[in-house]
Design a protein around this ligand. Structure first.
Ligand SMILES: [Zn+2]
Length: 293
């Protein structure tokens, strides 16, 4: 199963209805927690998610709204008796902050720290791209392995059914029938996560071809000067990332607490998002991963 659970959607200061950041991606067997802000442990409970489902924690940068929830989540995992390895990824320049947060957590986890300082792969199926914020920041891309889509009419014509389909997939051919004769290449789907940044090449690269793109949308287009000063995206810029990159679904989040209603931001993003479906996230939303295109 692949699904995104929104744990928090507020930037900088939480509000009565929006917790600090937090996003849980169920990616088949692996659970990836992105940017756990304050209160993430409790948001997991509201979302009916056990902390034991987390295998990997990916932090874009070490501003508090993206990482101050780390000790609470790690301590909860110890309390719950989690025994599997837990990997934490973060920008190398945030080492002191991450180590301080980990130091605060209850010891006992099989915890592995993985700082990164440049764009590229950081784990199987996970890559980072550099963002442009006031401190070093990286966005993440998670890619499903490529696969094959079988063509039912071709399979039927070749007389291949049942367990023989799996055998053909594993072995590449069955008698005179080759895998290519009855199936087509299916590129793996992509999840992309773009947090605090101005428009930059890294954000564009992450948006490119994303099936599900989560971006910050801190400010409305009317507050573009603030967005530029603090190196954040406006809603229109977030939409343009999805539009130019051909993303299928855009999830807006990380809203400034100055907006009671983010409907205007969603409309601004839709105006620039091309064919992308635009969702303004609310806390505890569950967003199923889009089907193959
Ligand atoms: Zn932030």
């Amino acid at each position: 199963m692949r699904e995104l659970v929104i744990l928090g959607t507020s930037s900088q200061a939480p509000t009565r209805t929006r917790n600090h950041n937090g996003y849980f991606l169920q990616w088949e067997q692996e659970g990836i927690l992105f940017d756990p802000g304050e209160g993430t442990q409790r948001q997991l409970i509201h979302a009916n998610l056990s902390a034991g489902k987390i295998h990997r924690i990916c932090i874009t940068h070490v501003h508090g709204d993206h990482c101050f929830g780390l000790p609470g989540v790690l301590s909860r995992m110890v309390l719950d008796g989690v025994e599997h390895p837990v990997h934490v990824h973060y920008p190398a320049s945030g080492e002191d902050v991450v180590r301080a947060l980990v130091f605060l957590a209850t010891p006992g986890l099989d915890l592995h720290l993985h700082p990164h300082g440049a764009a590229g792969p950081i784990a199987p199926g996970v890559e980072v791209e550099e963002l442009h914020h006031r401190v070093e920041a990286f966005g993440y891309r998670v890619t499903e392995p490529d696969g094959r889509t079988f063509l039912p009419d071709r399979l039927a014509a070749a007389g291949i059914t049942g367990p023989d389909v799996g055998r053909l997939q594993r072995e590449g051919s069955l008698g005179s029938v080759r895998l290519d004769d009855v199936s087509v290449h299916r590129p793996g789907r992509r999840f992309a996560f773009v947090m605090d940044t101005g428009l930059c090449d890294g954000a564009a690269a992450l948006a490119d071809g994303a099936d599900l793109l989560v971006t910050e949308s801190t400010f409305s287009d009317g507050d573009a000067a603030l967005a530029a000063r603090y190196r954040h995206l406006t809603a229109g810029q977030a939409g343009s990332l999805a539009g130019h990159g051909g993303a299928a679904t855009l999830v807006l989040t990380h809203f400034s607490s100055r907006y009671d209603d983010v409907g205007l931001l969603a409309a601004q993003a839709r105006a620039t998002a091309g064919t992308a479906t635009v969702i303004a996230a609310s806390d505890l939303d569950r967003i199923p991963f889009p089907a193959h295109r």
